[in-house]
Design a binder for this molecule. Structure first.
Ligand SMILES: NC(=O)c1ccc[n+]([C@@H]2O[C@H](COP(=O)([O-])OP(=O)(O)OC[C@H]3O[C@@H](n4cnc5c(N)ncnc54)[C@H](OP(=O)(O)O)[C@@H]3O)[C@@H](O)[C@H]2O)c1
Length: 247
């Protein structure tokens, strides 16, 4: 996602610096994107610093960057899990803006037009407003939610969704291998396989959400209960339930 946002800012004519713990990675990524390779020290002069790291590294990274940043600038985090973000905001120096958003799209998204972005926390600063205006002008749909509501809802549309689709993929592979015939398919199965493969390219973030969203376990258990209920029902019964449910 760091690359995605680098492209986003570059298209807006910003001078973009990418930072990695490995200088070589930053150099390679910067070259590929046509931006600058930077260091943590560049945070001192930056107007907007966007942090795109795994959840476990978020507080430490924001803490180190926040110490360096200048008054009125914006520290932005994009984690897919929002529990604890209020505490994180409290640890960021008060002279900085702090924006906690969750872009509901992956690194392959073409642009931001028509995409949903959840905004969980906004401690204002001039550069926070500038970024929000850019996102709106480019056609993003900003939705405001509490961290609790965000994580509860993401447990449905991410945790449960990823879990169900990926376990289905695993079961499908086992089932078709056992049947000994994997060469032919249906249109709907091809669409499902495309979806599974796309999720397989994002397994780190998927695992992060399963592990750190406090409502993920509840969502997985709900899914298991329903699958068990359907499996034990007569097919007419669960088909009838589905027929009456608008999804
Ligand atoms: N992938 C998605 O679809 C998606 C969508 C919305 C939001 N997000 C959120 O975006 C964030 C990044 O996800 P991603 O999918 O872009 O992951 P990613 O491609 O794996 O990038 C994460 C970056 O974090 C750095 N990193 C890894 N471990 C670190 C550590 N312990 N300390 C400091 N930096 C570390 C790595 O940089 P170096 O190794 O180069 O230092 C790596 O480039 C996550 O918070 C995720 O929840 C992801």
């Amino acid at each position: 996602m760091g690359r995605w946002f680098s492209r986003f800012f570059k298209e807006l004519n910003y001078r973009v610096f990418v930072y990695s713990r490995k200088l070589e990675t930053a150099d390679n990524v910067a070259r590929a994107l046509g931006v600058y390779s930077g260091s943590m020290e560049d945070a001192e002069d930056s107007d907007i610093v966007l942090v795109s790291v795994p959840w476990d590294a978020l507080a430490g990274t924001c803490g180190r960057l926040g110490e360096k940043m200048k008054k009125g600038s914006a520290l932005v985090e994009i984690s897919a899990v929002k529990t604890g973000v209020e505490k994180l905001a409290e640890s960021i120096p008060g002279h900085l803006g702090f924006l906690s958003i969750h872009p509901l799209f992956g690194p392959n998204a073409k642009g931001v037009k028509g995409q949903d972005i959840v905004m969980v926390l906004n401690r204002e600063s001039p550069w926070v407003w500038t970024l929000l205006e850019h996102l709106e002008k480019k056609g993003a749909k900003l939705v405001i939610m509490s961290s609790r509501n965000h994580d509860r809802y993401m447990a449905c549309i991410q945790s449960l969704h990823h879990f169900a689709i990926l376990s289905l993929g695993y079961a499908l592979k086992t089932c078709s291998r056992k049947a000994g015939f994997e060469e032919i398919s249906t249109r709907s199965m091809r669409a499902t396989v495309r979806n599974i493969r796309s999720m397989q390219r994002n397994l780190d973030t998927i695992a992060e959400i399963q592990k750190n969203n406090p409502y993920s376990r509840e969502a997985r258990e709900l899914f298991l209960r329903i699958v068990k209920e359907f499996a034990e029902d007569k097919p007419e019964e669960w088909v009838r339930k589905l027929g009456k449910t608008k999804i």
